[in-house]
Design a protein around this ligand. Structure first.
Ligand code: PAF
Length: 280
């Protein structure tokens, strides 16, 4: 497995692969890899000849300096995992390599920036748009793989690809969960043993609301059920819990079983921000 730290090296590698007529699958990550990432790599490997994974903790997408500082950085262990998943090349640049100067580019992703992740993480999607756009230009893949745990991010990236005519396909991949339902995330490792044991409540809250809706409850009632659940769990602090239309991401007032609905949440436990969603 190749390990590249400069744009020139990975670009050269990608060009050679393409000249030889082989397809490239790309998995962009911020490292601290877990089985969820490895599933993306495996899927990319099943659908392409060559897989490139990037590991870059992107400063422009953090609205909170402390969160950026605390983001786990585990390059050696990540490379071990990627090697065993048959990844062909890793691109792990420094911040200076990626940003010679801080970009002034500003995207407008419409309502994606004003609801849920967009609302609570100001500038986050702009930073995602900038780095993903740069990575697509550098790596030039045929397909790029993203986890559905970051549902709004998938929508933002699709928009970016469409609006800027990146000639590649976005492949959204299912959220990978621990046996108790907790969505796999690099942030989970910041939880204490006790926190980790309780974290499944985030997923459970989505299922509670989903069940309530399926049984005919109103959206207001489904959300009230979730609030009631967390009344006895004061260690959790819900940032948002929204029931939205999957296409528009607009909050709904009435559940329509004929349209796809997404239940999305961000919830703090021990200062760790856990996000999750279900679409049905
Ligand atoms: O989902 C992530 O890990 C990041 O947002 C991404 C897509 C790698 C961009 O930094």
């Amino acid at each position: 497995m190749h390990l590249f730290s400069t744009i020139a090296e990975v670009r050269n590698f990608s060009e050679k692969v393409k000249v030889s007529g082989k397809s490239i699958g790309f998995v962009p990550t911020m490292g601290a890899l877990h089985d969820g990432h490895i599933e993306l790599v495996k899927k990319a490997k099943a659908e392409n000849v060559v897989v490139i994974c990037s590991i870059f903790v992107n400063p422009t997408q953090f609205d909170n300096a402390e969160d950026l500082k605390k983001y786990p950085r585990t390059l050696e262990a990540d490379c071990e995992l990627l090697r065993s998943a048959n990844c062909d090349a890793v691109f792990a640049p420094s911040a200076e390599e990626m940003y010679e100067e801080m970009p002034r580019l500003a995207f407008d992703f419409g309502n994606l920036e004003t609801v849920m992740e967009g609302k609570f993480r100001k500038g986050h999607f702009n930073g995602v748009g900038i780095v993903v756009g740069k990575l697509f230009n550098i790596v030039s893949p045929h397909k790029a793989y993203f986890g559905k745990k970051d549902l709004q991010q998938v929508a933002v990236v699709k928009r970016l690809v469409k609006d800027l005519n990146f000639g590649l396909e976005i492949i959204p991949c299912e959220t990978i969960r621990e046996t108790d339902g907790l969505a796999m995330s690099s942030r989970n490792r910041r939880l204490s043993t006790q926190g980790r044991e309780q974290a499944f409540n985030v997923y459970l809250s989505l299922k509670i609301a989903q069940e309530a809706l399926k049984m005919g409850s109103t959206v207001v009632h489904a959300k009230a059920e979730v609030e009631r659940h967390f009344k006895n769990l004061p260690q959790f602090a819900i940032e948002y819990f929204e029931i939205v239309d999957f296409e528009t991401f607009e909050p709904i007032t009435l559940f329509n079983p004929d349209r796809q609905t997404a239940i999305c949440t961000a919830n703090y436990l021990e200062g760790v921000r856990l996000i999750d969603n279900i679409v049905f």
